[in-house]
Design a protein around this ligand. Structure first.
Ligand SMILES: NC(=O)c1ccc[n+]([C@@H]2O[C@H](COP(=O)([O-])OP(=O)(O)OC[C@H]3O[C@@H](n4cnc5c(N)ncnc54)[C@H](OP(=O)(O)O)[C@@H]3O)[C@@H](O)[C@H]2O)c1
Length: 408
């Protein structure tokens, strides 16, 4: 009953007080308020003055209640969803439709499309990740640069102790110092490990033994490799060794470390596992062959684990990121290319709300458009929205440019 409050409404104050006392005796952590109101009174002004004013102060009530019911019924076939809507063009607020003010029809259609996918839409309140994790340590692989480093910094800022795992000790030490400068109250450990090494004994000796001595509540499987440049399978730069390394680094750590950390999380029935995948897992992408295929593995594995552990307190999330401005992508920040810091912050705010995400708003929009572009074009074409073939050409070009920027 965490944070759960009750508002009792009846017409006799003494009886309200009795019930309040009884509830507090049985559930001392609950907040109880009373409103004395006689419902034979049909006067709207009285309703507003006596009841509505008080309830408006409890704006979180509906959201909290739904979140609690979502948890309580998580092992049943019943789906709950709370819709934290922003402005919709209705009589209530007198607003006209605009870019960010949808019609009630559009709003209802899109909200209903999300039922069953997410239990909370427009979930603007980030979850307490420490509470979801149930333990103080977070492990981040590939954490000396890019997305992994940004996750580590952000998690330290949220109060987690961090285990940094990467292959270069000097860079690990630098990141440790940077985190401690920004979050002096956390503890940082470093593990030097080259994930091209697939030897299980080395995994155990260098990583697992250390992690077994810590209460690990969160694992961020971030480490990954990409190509020098995309090419046909038989021409991949670096040859078979590079092919082997790419396959091993993108698949093995996420699999082995998740298996090992679950040994702690399952008895605790709490924990968070975040797997960084890629939007390239959505397509069978020519010339990005092994990268796309291995990322499909990461996405697919996480989706399976989400199902297998759905009746436990362990939270899984797969992050199908599009382009982020890191060394790997060699891209600069742009409208649809966030900094790793922005990306990590937004992605971490979504943990516990959604089990699958593109990580940040820019990527959600980009990939939503990509996913629905053909359907949109067909709809527009069918409804004769294009005034002439030039309009059509321009829209196709825009979609194609957007598609290219999404995939390269
Ligand atoms: N950037 C993007 O646009 C993008 C898009 C979608 C998905 N992703 C995914 O996001 C993850 C992070 O990518 P990023 O762009 O942040 O990469 P990045 O900037 O190149 O950073 C990679 C990190 O991984 C470490 N690393 C690389 N190879 C390693 C190995 N063999 N053993 C141990 N550590 C190793 C590096 O550490 P050291 O070099 O210091 O050892 C570094 O800390 C990857 O899984 C990637 O596939 C990235």
């Amino acid at each position: 009953m965490e944070h759960f409050g009750i508002v009792l409404v009846s017409r006799t104050q003494s009886r309200l007080d009795d019930v309040k006392q009884e509830i507090l005796r049985k559930s001392p952590n609950v907040e109880v308020r009373t409103i004395k109101f006689d419902f034979t009174n049909a006067n709207l002004e009285d309703y507003k003055e006596v009841i509505v004013k008080q309830l408006n102060g409890l704006d979180k009530y509906v959201t909290w209640l739904t979140q609690i019911l979502t948890k309580e019924f998580s092992d049943t076939g019943i789906t709950f969803q709370v819709v934290n809507a922003a402005m919709v063009a209705t009589k209530m607020n007198g607003a006209d439709e605009a870019m960010f003010i949808p019609s009630p029809e559009t709003f209802a259609k899109q909200a209903l499309n999300s039922v069953g996918h997410v239990s909370e839409t427009n979930g603007s309140t980030p979850k307490d990740l420490k509470q979801l994790a149930g333990a103080n340590w977070a492990v981040v692989t590939g954490s000396t640069d890019g997305i992994g480093k940004a996750y580590a910094l952000n998690l330290a800022n949220r109060g987690f102790n961090i285990v940094l795992v990467s292959r270069t000790q000097s860079r690990l030490d630098d990141v440790k110092k940077e985190i401690l400068r920004k979050s002096p109250n956390v503890e940082i450990r470093t593990i030097k490990f080259d994930f091209t090494n697939a030897n299980l004994e080395d995994y155990k000796e260098v990583i697992v033994q250390q992690l077994n001595g810590l209460d690990v509540g969160m694992l961020v499987n971030n480490v990954g490799m990409y190509f020098e440049y995309p090419d046909r399978f038989d021409k991949i730069s670096g040859g078979t060794k590079y092919i082997r390394d790419l396959t091993v680094v993108n698949i093995l750590p996420v699999t082995i470390l998740t298996a090992e950390i679950l040994k702690q999380m399952v008895p605790r029935n709490k924990g968070v596992v975040i797997n960084i995948s890629s939007s390239s897992s959505y397509h069978t992408m020519r010339y990005v062959n092994i990268y796309s295929a291995t990322k499909k593995y990461v996405t697919w594995l996480t989706q399976i684990l989400i199902k297998e552990f759905s009746d436990t307190g362990i939270t899984f999330q797969v992050v199908n990121a599009a382009m982020v401005a890191t060394k790997m992508s060699r891209a600069d920040e742009a409208l649809f290319i966030p900094s790793p810091e922005t990306f990590a912050k937004q992605a971490l705010n979504s943990v516990g709300h959604v089990s699958e995400t593109n990580g940040c708003l820019a990527h959600e929009i980009q990939l939503y458009v990509e996913k629905y572009q053909h359907r949109l074009l067909m709809d527009y074409h069918r409804n004769n929205y294009f005034h002439n073939s030039f309009d059509y050409f321009v829209v196709i070009m825009l979609f194609d440019m957007q598609y290219l920027s999404a995939t390269w």
